[in-house]
Design a protein around this ligand. Sequence first.
Ligand code: 13P
Length: 246
Amino acid sequence: MKKFVVGNFKMNTTPSEFNVYLDEFLPRIKDCKANIMFCLPATHFCVAKSRLEATNIKFLAQNISSEEKGAFTGEISNVMVKDCGAYGTLIGHSELRKRLKETPESINQKIIRALAVNLKVILCIGETKYERSTKKTKLVLKRQLDTALKGLYENELKNIIIAYEPVWAIGTGKTPTAKEIENTVCDIRSIIAENFTVRSSEKINILYGGSITESNFGQFVKIKGINGLLVGGAKKKKKSFANICK
Ligand code: 13P
């Protein structure tokens, strides 16, 4: 099974800079077998659609609105993202949970909206430093997953990838050990099994994200139960990101 390598651009690069990024990045990953995806600002969709069409790289939004349409200035809807050619959307990134006070209920609404127009979802979950230090990781992940996946049918899970991103590991240079990630992924699968079935818990794809670099990514891809990586900072360097993909 091909591994996923997802690069989250966050609020970095202009569309013109992204164009130049692709000039250098695309030749480097020509024969790469990984399932590569970019999570992009909406301003980059036009460039992405024309430049990535002939490649195997898919692009996703970093967020969508929980509303269908109407007076929601600054927001972007599921159909808008779909119409631009996006393959899917990230939902529930901790930076949005924190800065924009995203709630578990709005995350659930966004997932339902994404699936309604055939957008794939990368659902981000993860515990804070405090939650980890008070041994609440499993409880927190359970709460996040129970609410986010509420009301979904089991067959919809094939359109969802879960990204385990401990909040304290994002952009800090700190990561859990491989054993800790393996145990947490096991917990995530058991929560999915409780909500759906064991079969669906075994099939769902789970990524790890948080302070992945060109020098440490090898230990994460090897972890049992991990199907790929969600990379932030390291994808700024085209060469590093291309090497991780390869
Ligand atoms: P870093 O790789 O910079 O820690 O970011 C991870 C992330 O937030 C990806 O969504």
